[in-house]
Ligand binder design. Sequence first.
Ligand code: M6R
Length: 614
Amino acid sequence: MCGIVGYLGNKEAYPILIKGLKRLEYRGYDSAGIALLNKNGELNVYKKKGKVSELEAFAKGKDITGTMGIGHTRWATHGEPNDVNSHPHYSQSKNLVMIHNGIIENYASLKEGLTKRGHTFMSQTDTEVLIHLIEDIRQHENMKLGHAVMVALNQVIGAYAIVIMDKNDPDTLFAAKKGSPMVIGIGKDEYFIASDASPIVEYTKNVVYLEDEQIAIVRRGEELKIRTIKDKEITPYIHELEMELEAIEKGGYDHFMLKEIYEQPRSVFDSMRGRLNSETGHLKMGGIEEYETKFSNARRILIVACGTSWHAGLVAEYLFEEYARIPVEVEYASEFRYRNPVIYPEDIVIAISQSGETADTLAAIELAKSKGATIFGVCNVVGSSIARATHAGSYTHAGPEIGVASTKAFTAQVTVLTLMALHVAKVKGTIAESRYRQLLYEIEAIPQKIEEVLKQNELIKKIASTYQHASNALYLGRGYSFPVALEGALKLKEISYIHAEGYPAAEMKHGPIALIDEEMPVFVIATKGANYEKVVSNIQEVKARKGKIIAVVTAGDHDVKGMSDHVIEIPETDETLVPLVSVIPWQLLSYHIAVMRGCNVDQPRNLAKSVTVE
Ligand code: M6R
């Protein structure tokens, strides 16, 4: 949460920083701020509550010159979102300014000490405390700024990605990180610093991912230097970015979310590309091969994740149990990390995360690692913290997901997890060859089937207009469709602010049925499969109480049509693969309802794309 960006070079920094902040706005949009050092050595800081566009309007007509600068877009933790709490923050003398992503957990005790030494604070933030501390150490220990940063960071408990600018040094930026991501782009005579590569990709493909407890010294006309906070020199490892600029632009769509929904035939294909060959029956899961025996002998699999990734984990539970006959437990990472769970060294832990930066998932991984379990990651963002913290893993290759509501990441995660479960089943011999082969064919056909569902966008939009004013909604599904019910409800609530709940259809009669009246839309997945008749009975129970039924059905099903207010047909597929197709109508429905209600689809209130705080 929070996006940070920095520039040092021979171009004007302001346009680069503003563009970068707009790309990082998905990480938080409570306020935005910028600091620039002009050629006269004046430090100009502009900050404003609200979005980057409000900062831009505020900075209009002011001095925005300078070839070195830093910028920040905030998701508030300490202190309400207002102008004062916005970053950058000054040190006591106002000679230093800093931006920060993360949380300084021991800020209160540090602040107390500094206050006793005469420091006064303008904001309620933990960030301001850290920059005061750095300056205090620098002055009292008579140190160079780089060393003062090092000493201060050794006193800090918590997470940080920081960039510091010194009014009296127009040629240097200091950047450091622990727990929060940071990428440094190396151009010709210029450097870029950012929370992810999106603000950098159009200027250079050469990047260095800073590791935890490292400090980068970015100096005009010099090579990048990196030291650890224990003062050990590190040789920077330069990666080549694979990301393309088009992947992070809207490409003609009104919103990133809609673009990402429509990208799914391609992103699902990409997540299986090079891994699956239905002709030869070959399934190659790079990350898993080395751990095949471990997977086969695993006493159980633990899945840790949050939000939509947790829903993908639930689908995986069904898949691994059905195909590979391994017991699976799916855990909210936030609960798992704090409840002294029983973890065996033979356990396999699968951590699922789009961003690869979710703090709770990272902490759950560290806990499981400390107990000797083998950790496998399913991440979308290449080089992310979770991808690096795991023993092995498979990337989902969905491409950058910018809309806060996760869509294509979910289908890519489920695709990769399906391939993993099938691969393990084949190795273990728990699946018949004919069934295995049939499933490979079915999986290959999924992108085309998603394409078919997307063609029903106009119908789904019409249904959305009927229910756009609803105050509540219920999502039902059984078996493989239960996680999709949860995911449908999450999509609706997070972007349209309609209260929605997902339930296993049969659980409805144990409570939620009391909510049903003529005002209540009930979104049901009633595709053909083992539970079909039972779901039909659940639909009847809703109709008997005058609830409205919007059903996702298998193409050609007339029975459910007869008892529903609206139906959306999806192509038939294997029951175990239905989530990959049935989630699409719920994504489109939430999107249209949110647009009709005038909500900010890509940046819903109070949310951020990467939840790097617990
Ligand atoms: O990056 P992650 O997959 O670890 O993120 C987990 C959740 O924060 C995320 O899925 C969140 O629930 C989304 N807003 C859902 O659309």
